[in-house]
Design a protein around this ligand. Structure first.
Ligand code: CUA
Length: 149
C-alpha cells in the first residue's frame, strides 16, 4: 500500500474520531436527544396543546407553507413538553435555538421530541429547512412564564 494512501486513511480516521467526539460532547453538554419517528396517525395532525398536569404538556404542531400551528404557545417555567410534529405539505424544519431543539416536519410522518423550558422568556421558533418562497416568514414563539397560563 502506498504511503500516501496510509496517510489519507489515518487522517480520515482522525477526522471521523473528532466528529464522533464532537457529537457525543454536544449531546451530553446540551442534553440534546435524537427525535423519535412514530407511526403516522391522523389524530396527531390536529394542532393543539394539551396540559397533562402542572408541568407536563403535549404540543401537536403542524407545519405548513408558511406557518406553524399553533404559532403562539404559552407555558409555565419548568414545563416539560412532548412535541409531536408533522407537515401538511412539504418538508419543513422546526428549530428552537435556546433549547437546542431541531426537528424535521415531514408529510406523512410524525417526529417527537421532549424538551424542558427551564427559564422564563420568549423562545423563537423558526423553520430551518428551505420550503419555498415564504420560508423566511415561517416563525412562531413559545412564551414561558405567561401570567395567566
Ligand atoms: Cu418551512 Cu422553511
Amino acid at each position: 500500500m502506498d504511503k500516501y494512501e496510509i496517510r489519507i486513511m489515518v487522517l480520515t480516521g482522525i477526522t471521523l474520531a473528532i466528529f464522533m467526539v464532537a457529537i457525543l460532547r454536544s449531546s451530553f453538554t446540551y442534553a440534546t436527544g435524537i427525535p423519535e419517528c412514530i407511526p403516522y396517525d391522523e389524530s396527531f395532525t390536529q394542532p393543539r396543546i394539551e396540559k397533562l398536569d402542572d408541568k407536563l404538556y403535549q404540543i401537536f404542531a403542524l407545519a405548513q407553507m408558511w406557518s406553524f400551528e399553533p404559532s403562539e404557545i404559552r407555558l409555565p417555567v419548568g414545563a416539560e413538553v412532548d412535541i409531536y410534529l408533522t407537515s401538511k405539505d412539504v418538508v419543513h424544519g422546526l428549530n428552537i435555538h435556546d433549547v437546542s431543539l431541531n426537528m424535521m416536519a415531514v408529510p406523512g410522518g410524525i417526529n417527537k421530541e421532549t424538551v424542558t423550558f427551564k427559564k422564563p422568556g420568549v423562545y423563537k421558533i423558526v423553520c430551518h429547512e428551505y420550503c419555498g418562497s415564504g420560508h423566511q416568514h415561517m416563525m412562531g414563539e413559545i412564551i414561558v412564564n405567561y401570567p395567566n397560563n
